[in-house]
Design a binder for this molecule. Sequence first.
Ligand SMILES: Nc1ncnc2c1ncn2[C@@H]1O[C@H](COP(=O)(O)OP(=O)(O)O)[C@@H](O)[C@H]1O
Ligand SMILES: [Mg+2]
Length: 206
Amino acid sequence: MGLWFRKRATPAARSDESLPIIRLQGVSKTFKGESDEDTVALDDVTVDINRGEYVSVSGPSGCGKSTFLSVLALLETPSKGVYWLNGRRTDQLTHAERARVRSLDVGLIFQSFNLIADMSVYENVEYPLTLRGKSAQERAERVHAALERVGMTSRAKQRPGQLSGGHQQLVAIARHDHPMLRNIHRDRHAALARERLQPVDHLAQQ
Ligand SMILES: Nc1ncnc2c1ncn2[C@@H]1O[C@H](COP(=O)(O)OP(=O)(O)O)[C@@H](O)[C@H]1O
Ligand SMILES: [Mg+2]
């Protein structure tokens, strides 16, 4: 799973610009068992991630990687500890602010891509822009540009089920098109041209 964050266009109140883009201090996440024991998925995690840093998280199955990413993406809240994103304590965000951050500041590319089977490639890429209230013209421009960047323009009308896994992955990337990822696309195409390989899957590995 890849993820990225971007600076807020207008820093909200109480944002400390001197902090790294991500700071976790003593973050734990415990899942309460109903009859069985509780599961400690994250145990006292303290980490700083700076703007522009590229970080991979690895470890055996069940060690807490997905939980870690879910906390970073505000899909889960820590049981203990504090998480600052873009210089703001995330436990002080309102419900609406959390939703906004999830929609605008965090992008997740899932291992399973989560493309919507009933939508075309074009509609899948357009969907998050619709949710963000972009105008029809801006949506069209951005979808065309994003598909162009990943080399999927000719597939725009196809459904995800008609595509190879590698192509589905490129659509998933286009759906979360972002300047930082554009470098990854470029590197990836460079690697492909050089080695004439099928798309590699490392981008979406969890
Ligand atoms: N929603 C949940 N409810 C209960 N336990 C969970 C939940 N999500 C994850 N866990 C448990 O937390 C631990 C870490 O899981 P996870 O973060 O998915 O690990 P990884 O992604 O490294 O394989 C596992 O023991 C898993 O069973
Ligand atoms: Mg996982």
